[in-house]
Design a protein around this ligand. Structure first.
Ligand SMILES: Cc1ncc(COP(=O)(O)O)c(C=O)c1O
Length: 428
């Protein structure tokens, strides 16, 4: 089937007709025109229930009035000065109140940048080369995030494999890869590299795989024991699993953390936060010093993005907001589980808080290798079937992001589409 007119134009301009990922067949290529709450409309007026919400960057819902008001006010006062503005200062102060490890804050414009800066800071602070990541973890489109993200070959740990072409060889040779939730293997890798290990970088909720009790604590001890830094990539978990992020939720304090997505209330924003002695390596009065870390950008911490972030955090601080987010996530996970059980299709539902994911394998899923037996044909049929039935999502990922705007009707519409898709499009 040919693409609809807007989709056709988009396919002519953008590689794959997208801004990144999606990989929709041409006939499904759409162009979005508008969003409100948990609904988006395409340029042809077709309505979708949004189950990806700007990949989790829009935690309050599209066009939330408090954010629209804050952004409109700030836009009239100047959108960006590449310098500290009042909203940037207030948001920085609020982050320090909210996030346990945040003794200092520096803004950037995305989670990709934030995690890359964490790695640079860790190498500079320790004078060491290696960074340990967990197989299958995404840390943004930077070097660390695109190594051993979807490894095709199962190399022996800790060997890394590039998932993107075009990386320098050091992106692979300076990364050690460990299996998530396997403290013994991780310990052995750390022990073998303890003099050269700059950091352990972890998504505390690894994609949607939950950490087993003691795992994050164990990483904390391993990092401290080796004189390495523990870095939490909280791009997803920050302000989502709890107001204070995963470090509050799981009770483990990292040395540095990367923030993004929800922090900006749907506007481009990221931040690195952490120990003052490490963060102060970016002070410009240190230029010329061997350990000085270059960290600056034209749009990092823009006035308009930080105004949006402040408005978002004010809403998230209101009584009951996390109960609402967790309730939405729990309903979606329970509904998915029931629909899959009724369909007789083997699958594992994952996630926590306002996050859910489906892996088409029996489970349990503790790490990346447990997902390798997953039926990718079913997964693709499931996601495209949902898309065809009016669920907006990224068909390259079964990760669903809920928001404060997802009402019971939205969740019911999603679960109806799930049942219909499993019945019609996914073979048991
Ligand atoms: C854990 C994690 N880190 C980093 C990133 C990159 O963030 P951004 O897309 O804002 O650059 C993502 C994006 O999905 C992510 O999930």
């Amino acid at each position: 089937m040919p693409a609809a007119p807007f989709g056709e134009r988009s396919l002519r301009v953008f590689p794959g007709g997208s801004l990144g990922e999606y990989n929709l067949p041409p006939e499904l290529a759409v162009v979005l025109a508008r969003g409100e709450g948990a609904t988006v409309w395409d340029a042809d007026g077709r309505r979708f229930t949004d189950m990806t919400m700007g990949w989790g960057s829009v935690l309050l819902g599209h066009a939330h009035p408090r954010i629209v008001e804050a952004v409109t006010r700030q836009a009239a006062l100047g959108s960006n000065f590449a310098y500290v503005s009042e909203p940037a200062l207030e948001l920085g102060e609020e982050i320090m109140r909210a996030v346990v490890c945040a003794e200092r804050v520096r803004f950037c414009a995305s989670g990709t940048e934030a995690t890359a800066y964490c790695v640079r800071l860790a190498r500079a602070a320790t004078g060491r080369r290696f960074v340990l990541k967990f197989e299958g973890a995404y840390h943004g489109a930077n070097e660390l995030g695109t190594v051993s993200l979807f490894p095709r070959r199962l190399l022996e740990f800790p060997h890394a494999e590039p998932t993107s072409a075009g990386l320098p060889s050091s992106a692979v040779t300076d990364v050690l890869v460990a299996p998530f939730n396997d403290l013994d293997t991780t310990r052995a890798i750390v022990d073998a590299h303890r003099r050269d290990l700059a950091a352990i970088v972890v998504e505390p909720l690894h994609r949607c795989t939950t950490p087993e009790p003691g795992f994050l604590d164990g990483l904390r001890q391993l990092a401290t024991g080796a004189g390495s830094l523990l870095v939490f990539d909280e791009t997803v978990t920050g302000f989502r699993l709890a107001y204070g992020g995963a470090q509050q939720y799981y009770g483990v304090r990292p040395d540095l953390a990367a923030l993004g997505k929800a922090l900006g209330g749907g506007y481009p924003l990221g931040a690195v936060v952490g120990r003052a002695d490490v963060m102060d390596l970016v002070r410009e009065d240190r230029i010329g010093d061997d350990r000085y870390v270059w960290f600056a950008s034209s749009l990092g911490g823009s006035a308009v993005s930080t105004a949006a972030g402040l408005a978002a955090l004010a809403v998230l601080r209101t009584e009951g907001s996390y109960d609402q987010l967790f309730d939405a996530g729990a309903r979606v996970r329970a509904g998915l589980g029931a629909a899959l059980t009724d369909s007789g299709i083997e699958a594992t539902v994952q996630g926590d808080g306002p996050l859910a994911a489906v892996v088409f394998t029996k489970g349990p899923v503790r790490d990346y290798r447990d997902t390798l037996g997953a039926d990718r044909t079913r997964s693709r049929a499931f996601l495209l079937g949902l898309f065809r039935r009016g669920i907006f999502l990224n068909p390259m990922s079964t990760k669903f992001y809920l928001s404060l705007a997802h009402r019971r009707e939205d969740i019911a519409a999603f679960l109806d589409a799930v049942r219909e898709t499993l019945r019609a499009d996914v073979r048991a």
